[in-house]
Structure formats: structure tokens, C-alpha cells
Design a protein around this ligand. Sequence first.
Ligand code: DAH
Length: 330
Amino acid sequence: MKEIEKSIETCVSLVELEKIRVSLFGKKGYFAAQFNELKTLEGEAKKEFAQNLNTNKEHFLEILNQKKLFLEAAMIQEEMQKSRVDVTLFNQESSAGALHPVMETMDKIIEYFISMNFSIEEGPLVEDDFHNFEALNLPKHHPARDMQDTFYFNDAMLLRTHTSPVQIRTMLSQQAPVRMICPGAVFRRDYDITHTPMFHQVEGLVVDKTGKVSFANLKFILEDFLKYMFGDVKVRFRPSFFPFTEPSAEVDISCIFCHGEGCRVCSHTGWLEVLGCGVVDPNVFKAVGYKDVSGYAFGLGVERFAMLLHQVPDLRSLFEGDLRLLEQFR
Ligand code: DAH
């Protein structure tokens, strides 16, 4: 019996262990034989033999069971080891897809502002009148509301027409200083060669204690940003109007196609308009309860940037999912 015990101890597979079990407890096994022998005994001898036999039997059941649990655990361990995936392995097969040019442009824009320590904020696509218009100094019946032809659900709810409401949401949820951008989709009732009903914007807002943030800061960062996006271009600021900024400006870059000579893309002006900006209007701060602060804001259309960077003539083609166009961006 010592030998069998030893063989259980040294056994390394469940198959082998099963063989040992059968040799002990099978119909023709050791214990079956022992019980047969028991039948031939009488009296005291039988009793003693039976007791021994039972102790032995329990002992072997116990060690077989222990060993079985051990081997099963070891087997699971081994399986796991074998099927482990090395997530650090480099996949040499190139994938079929690629980033959509709009998303690629968006990523590049975001990358710049992250490097300038801006936070990324988000807001809902379904907005209310207060965040989209009212708090941005666009009261009801203000003619500037028509600048953005809106998809309304009812009087109070709409699809946001710009990412500017996220300025309001951010200021309502945190105290100055604020240094954020908000990338995201916006919606307008528009459809032609340079307009689609859904497009993307990136909004920017910087707010700090009065005197710390000025138009000069705005000018510096936007010039630096536009050179990062378009390379060595000239940048100019033109006075303009937005209800949420005063003063406001539109920003142009020298035409990247004709280098300012004048061509079809820049309508022979030598300049391309790329974004709107300004110093935050005090009425906006009033709407969110900010006191003793100053700030600047800006907003840009991502599709416009992508069109210019990739020379896409018709904005609508960016949303048609035509593989012949998309494959060029692999
Ligand atoms: N919200 C404006 C639009 O959709 C873009 C814009 C202009 C945003 C000037 C700004 C800004 O924050 O200061 O046309």
C-alpha cells in the first residue's frame, strides 16, 4: 500500500490518477478483492479486518480526492498560461480602416490645445434655449438668432447650433480660472456646397481674474495655433460681430492654395476665413454669475479646416461615406 500511496503522490496527470483510482476502487480493484476476502473471515478476525479495511479505504479516497483537486487546479493554470494573449505584441497586419479626415483634423486641433494646457469639456447635443442662446446674450427675438437656423423640438428644446453653450455649462459648473475647449457636433438647417445640417466645431474659452486675460493673449494663441495647423501662413484679425463677445473678430489666414495671390478658393481675395473670436461679453459673465473676471473665446468649424487641409471642394462629400474618397486618407 505504501507503494500505491507513493504513486499517487508522484502522479502528474489526471489520466494516470484515474488509472490508480480504478486499480483501487474498480470492480476488479484492490478494495473489491479485500471485501471478497472479508467474506471468508469470521468473528474477531473479521471485525478487525473490516475496521482496517474501512480506515484504509477512507484514507485512499481522501488522498485521491486531494490529488485530483490539485491536478485540476494545475491544469487550469497551465491552460491559462497557454492561452494568454500578449497585448504588447506588435500586430504587423495593417488594418483596413483609417480615421475619417474630419476626426483626424479634430484630433490635430485637440492635440494643440492639450499641449497649451486646455481641458476638454463636453455638453449635450440636445440643448435648451437658455444655454444655446439666452445666456450667450442672444435674447428672444434678437435678430442674430437667425444667423443660425435652428432645428427646434419645441419652444424650449433644440439641437445645439454651436458648441458655445458648453462655455455656459462649464462656467456654471466650475469657478474661474477656466481654460477649456469643447469639440463636438452641431446642427443647422443648411445644405449646400459649404454647409451640411450636421458639422463639428471646436469652442474655446479662457477666463481668469480681471486683467489677466486680454485680447493680446487671444491673438497670440490663435496665431500660434493657425501656424501649427497650416504651416507658415499670415494671420489677420478683422472686426466682426458676435453677441457673446465684445469686441469680436473674424480671423483669416493667407490663402494656402495661392499664397495670397488670389484664386478661386479664396474668391480672389488672397485670404481664407477660418474662425470667430472675441473678448467675452460682460452679459455672458452676468448670466453665469461670474464676477471680477475677464476672458476670451473662439469658435471654429472642423470641416472647414479639413476641407482646406485636404483640398476637398464640396463639404457634403465628407459625409457621403464614399470609399473612393475615404480611401485617399488611409
Ligand atoms: N458660435 C459661433 C458660431 O457658431 C462661433 C464663435 C464665434 C464662437 C466667436 C466663439 C466666439 O466663442 O467668440 O458661429
